[in-house]
Design a protein around this ligand. Structure first.
Ligand code: GUN
Length: 284
């Protein structure tokens, strides 16, 4: 039976460290600020944005929330970003994705000042991750690395398999594992014999968005399994991309859903916002 990797506890610890640091800054009258922009009415996005706002309050950041109608035009959204880029009180800018149809996600991301891009989605920041010159790490992959470290597992020399190749998770995940000298394989919908590739993994990270897709036969005994999925099973219950009940019998360590990677994403967002604050006005 695998050890459970408690993302909620690790996230709380990191947010506690940030809160302590922010309390010190507050004594000098300095308060980091995060602007969160939500366009439209997507219910999951509303929950995520609300959680980000709550986390800001908890660590002592100011948060600036912009809830815009789905009818917002590209010009209106880009103009808001220009305003936030100029605002000295705003250290981080996060535009919740996906954007409603008709809005140009790439143009919006590219408009954000890279020094305020706490998601690390701007091509400038993506490039910096490739070369190790990063300001910020993308929140979810950075959170996954924290959880792997939490297990005491050395990534160096291990077979690391990432299932999923999204810009937000899969691709940067591969870069972070590679940066720690893992031997990395990235799988996707066209991968042949996914089961046998996964079965070679010492560290398996799954981010595909398909409920319980990874089953026990696809997992090497003793592997560390990280589940980035946030899906619904046949009964509408929240579950991950990994079939937790069977895989926990094979893995040495596994993240639950919920309570695994999810809380880490927010902790890393808070960390990036504090980093953005320090980069822009830390010693002013
Ligand atoms: N949508 C799903 N995950 C994320 C994220 O990490 N950042 C933003 N901005 N949107 C998302």
């Amino acid at each position: 039976m695998a050890t459970l990797i408690d993302g909620k506890a690790v996230s709380a610890r990191i947010r506690g460290e940030i809160r302590d640091e922010v309390a010190e800054l507050a004594k000098a009258g300095k308060v980091p600020g995060l602007a969160v922009v939500l366009v439209g009415e997507d219910p999951a996005s509303k929950v995520y944005v609300n959680n980000k706002k709550k986390a800001c309050a908890e660590v002592g950041f100011r948060s600036f929330e912009y809830l815009l109608p789905a009818t917002t035009t590209n010009e209106e959204l880009l103009s808001l970003i220009d305003t936030l880029n100029e605002d000295p009180e705003v250290d981080g800018i996060l535009v919740q994705l996906p954007l409603p149809k008709g809005l140009d996600e790439r143009a919006v991301i590219e408009r954000i000042n890279p020094a305020k891009d706490v998601d690390a989605f701007h091509p400038d920041n993506v490039g910096r991750i490739m070369t190790g010159q990063y300001r910020f790490l993308p929140c979810t992959p950075a959170g996954v690395m924290e959880l792997i470290h939490e297990t005491g597992t050395e990534v160096c020399g291990k077979n690391c398999v990432v299932v999923g190749r999204s810009n937000i998770v899969g691709k940067p995940m591969a870069m972070l594992l590679l940066a720690e000298n893992g031997t990395v394989t990235v799988c996707h919908s066209r991968t042949r014999d996914l089961a046998s590739v996964c079965a070679g993994a010492d560290i398996l990270v799954v981010a595909v968005g398909r409920a319980k897709m990874v089953t026990a036969d696809m997992v090497k005994p003793g592997a560390v399994v990280i589940d980035v999925g946030m899906d619904r099973d046949e009964n509408g219950k929240l579950c991950g991309d990994v079939d937790f009940d069977s895989v926990k019998e094979v893995a040495s360590a596994i993240t639950p859903v919920p309570g695994g990677v999810g809380p880490m994403t927010i902790a890393m967002l808070m960390k990036n916002t504090l980093t953005a604050f320090k980069l822009r006005r830390g010693n002013k």
